[in-house]
Design a protein around this ligand. Structure first.
Ligand SMILES: *Cc1c(COP(=O)(O)O)cnc(C)c1O
Length: 389
């Protein structure tokens, strides 16, 4: 039996020496880690319907909770916030349960166009006895086909339209979608799991909460962590409904350490969010261009991306191997990417990296099979941790 602490220790050392370019991840500042590893990780705090806390010793936990909630509301300028879900998926469950009736229909972007798998028929819709209908989408321009959506919505009469994608490089015309939704009396649910930190920094879909009924998603992709989910809305009636789908339905314990950590991350984003988000977007655009110039196929040229994601072109990068092989070749060079052809710039931006010619060059050389371990070490040597107070 290998002692677990040794394995974790080796893991921590491994992580310090790799360049992480996974679009779904971000690292957490040391004060966020401190909260996660604090005594709160072993506690309960649960305010009952009659206002009494079911547990004792919770006074400070309640204070932490209130402060985290108010920091999230300040960051997003939202009237209401539900900060307890322990993941974006759970936040999605709560929002769907609060907007769509059993037997009802919701529309979402198909998985084949980068939509979230959980919204496909055999997952959440089947679990909740609902029906999924695809939102018409143009893969080449990365845009919703608004006229077709309008036509289709009139036919299928959705109770909700769920926006947001896991492959997410272009914002939507939300004003137009609002008009369509209103014409069929549908809610708009905006799943901002990937761009949540960029929305907070007002550099991607800054009108998300203006036109949607609810904005929700993960807190650890472009957001500064910890892993979790949040739900934001300005609609009191909807918020009250949301509250009825939380405790004892989609979760019980909310992990008070995660809420404390979330509050710290939110306060960091209040301070640094705008600067961070603009660097993320310009880094991904520059990285995409460098990769393309060096012969690695990138999708959506010449604009490439408006977010933290750079999407490799399957056809044009195939000569260097499948996405899985590309991921393995880069891993051998201490560069971590997923096996789906997404490259993300949130984490390297927080290391203070801005020279995307250099980063793009090592990634492209690595994909081509060169040994770039020394260059990766060199790049990492000149980094520090940014955007942590
Ligand atoms: C990642 C993701 C989720 C799931 O979020 P978790 O925090 O992993 O539970 C939901 N929706 C979209 C669009 C995602 O990209």
């Amino acid at each position: 039996m290998a002692p677990m602490v040794d394995i974790v220790d080796r893991y921590e050392r491994f992580r310090r020496n790799v360049l992480n370019l996974q679009a779904s991840e971000n690292f957490i500042c040391s004060h966020v880690r401190m909260a996660l590893g604090s005594d709160l990780a072993a506690r309960y705090s649960h305010i009952m319907p009659d206002g009494r806390n079911a547990y004792g010793g919770t006074e400070k936990i309640e204070e932490i909770y209130d402060e985290a909630e108010s920091s999230i509301k300040t960051l997003f300028k939202s009237k209401f916030a539900e900060i307890r879900p322990t993941g974006g998926h759970i936040a999605a469950e709560i929002c769907i349960l609060s907007s769509v009736n059993k037997g009802g229909t919701f529309m979402a972007i198909p998985e084949e166009f980068g939509g979230y798998t959980g919204y496909m028929q055999s997952y959440l819709p089947d679990m909740f006895s609902m029906k999924y209908e695809p939102i018409p989408y143009n893969d080449i321009t990365q845009e919703i086909k608004y006229d077709e959506l309008e036509k289709r919505a009139k036919e299928v009469k959705p109770e909700a339209m769920i926006l947001g994608q896991s492959f997410f490089v272009r914002h939507y015309d939300l004003k137009r979608i609002r008009e369509i939704a209103d014409s069929v009396n549908s809610k708009i649910l905006y799943d901002g799991s990937h761009p949540m930190g960029l929305i907070a920094g007002k550099k991607f879909q800054p009108d998300a909460l203006t036109y949607s009924d609810v904005l929700y998603g993960s807190t650890h992709k472009t957001f500064f962590g910890p892993q979790g989910g949040i739900i934001l809305t300005n609609n009191e009636e909807l918020f009250n409904k949301i509250e009825t789908n939380t405790v004892w339905k989609t979760f019980d314990n909310y992990h008070p350490n995660h809420v404390a950590a979330l509050g710290i991350a939110a306060q960091d984003l209040i301070q640094f969010g705008e600067s961070y988000a603009s660097w993320v977007v310009s880094n991904s655009q520059n990285l995409a261009r460098t990769l393309e110039d060096s012969g690695i196929g990138v999708k959506y040229s010449p604009w490439y991306t408006e977010s933290h994601q750079v999407i490799l072109s399957k056809e044009n990068s195939e000569k260097f191997g499948s996405f899985k092989e590309i991921s393995r070749k880069l891993a051998n060079n201490n560069i971590i990417v997923d096996t789906e052809g997404r490259i993300g710039t949130s984490e390297i931006t927080r290391l203070g990296l801005t020279d995307m010619m250099k980063v793009g060059q090592v990634v492209s050389d690595g994909i081509k099979g060169k040994d770039v371990r020394k260059d990766v070490t060199e790049i990492l040597r000149n980094t520090g941790v940014k955007y942590c107070r």
